[in-house]
Design a protein around this ligand. Structure first.
Ligand SMILES: *[C@@H]1O[C@H](CO)[C@@H](O)[C@H](O)[C@H]1NC(C)=O
Ligand SMILES: *[C@@H]1O[C@H](CO)[C@@H](O)[C@H](O)[C@H]1NC(C)=O
Length: 190
């Protein structure tokens, strides 16, 4: 009951934070200024570019635990796009949230039903925070939290992500790539 009640609250928080990122480009650290004077009505969160949504949700989660923000990187974005494109063909990911570290890049992947924007994709990883015990640097028994752990990894500095709608359904896959990679075992993220 409590979890069911919390999910929409988390979504609203993510969307309103994503809206804050619409103010002057790069002004991620000045929330509260939602003015948009370019004549475009800012109504639907999904009109915000996916890149801005991915970045905002990551950096809000990092700020919440005192970790420096990530910068967007077009090379990582291209890698994420290729991987999302490949995932979108068969569009099955089990479990739906996964992490990886290939020693060049770190990665998070996502599958979700229907249309999911960048904020929802990154928000699903951040949602795992509830299962992360920082003192023990461990996930709650039987739960996965390592996508969140990569989101807040303190030596990761750059991010590139992509989402896409599956080829044969309306479902969504999403990928983020991280540099330098994180999520090493036995090293706390912050
Ligand atoms: C983006 O990441 C790539 C791969 O790690 C790196 O070589 C490149 O220098 C980065 N670009 C910027 C602008 O930092
Ligand atoms: C990252 O976190 C580790 C573990 O708490 C800490 O030892 C290290 O100094 C931190 N590094 C940075 C760059 O913040």
């Amino acid at each position: 009951m409590q979890q069911i009640a919390m999910a929409p609250v988390a979504c609203v928080a993510i969307f309103s934070l994503a809206l804050a990122s619409l103010s002057p480009a790069g002004a991620i650290d000045t929330p509260g200024n939602n003015n948009n004077d370019n004549g475009v009505t800012v109504a639907a969160p999904r009109r915000i570019p996916a890149a801005a949504q991915f970045l905002q949700v990551h950096n809000d989660a990092r700020r919440a635990v005192g970790v420096a923000p990530l910068a967007w990187n077009a090379t990582l974005e291209l890698d994420a796009k290729r991987k999302a494109e490949a995932l979108g063909v068969h569009c099955k990911l089990s479990p739906p949230l996964k992490w990886d570290n290939d020693r060049f890049y770190g990665g998070n992947t996502f599958w979700g039903p229907g249309f999911q924007d960048g904020a929802a994709v990154a928000g699903a990883w951040v949602y795992e925070r509830r299962w992360y015990d920082h003192g023990a640097d461990a996930c709650a028994p039987g739960e996965e939290c390592r996508s969140y752990r990569q989101v807040v990894w303190n030596t990761t500095t750059q991010l590139g992500c992509a989402r896409r709608t599956c080829r044969s359904s309306r479902d969504t896959v999403g990928v983020c790539r991280y540099f330098p990679p994180g999520n090493y075992a036995g090293v706390p993220p912050y």
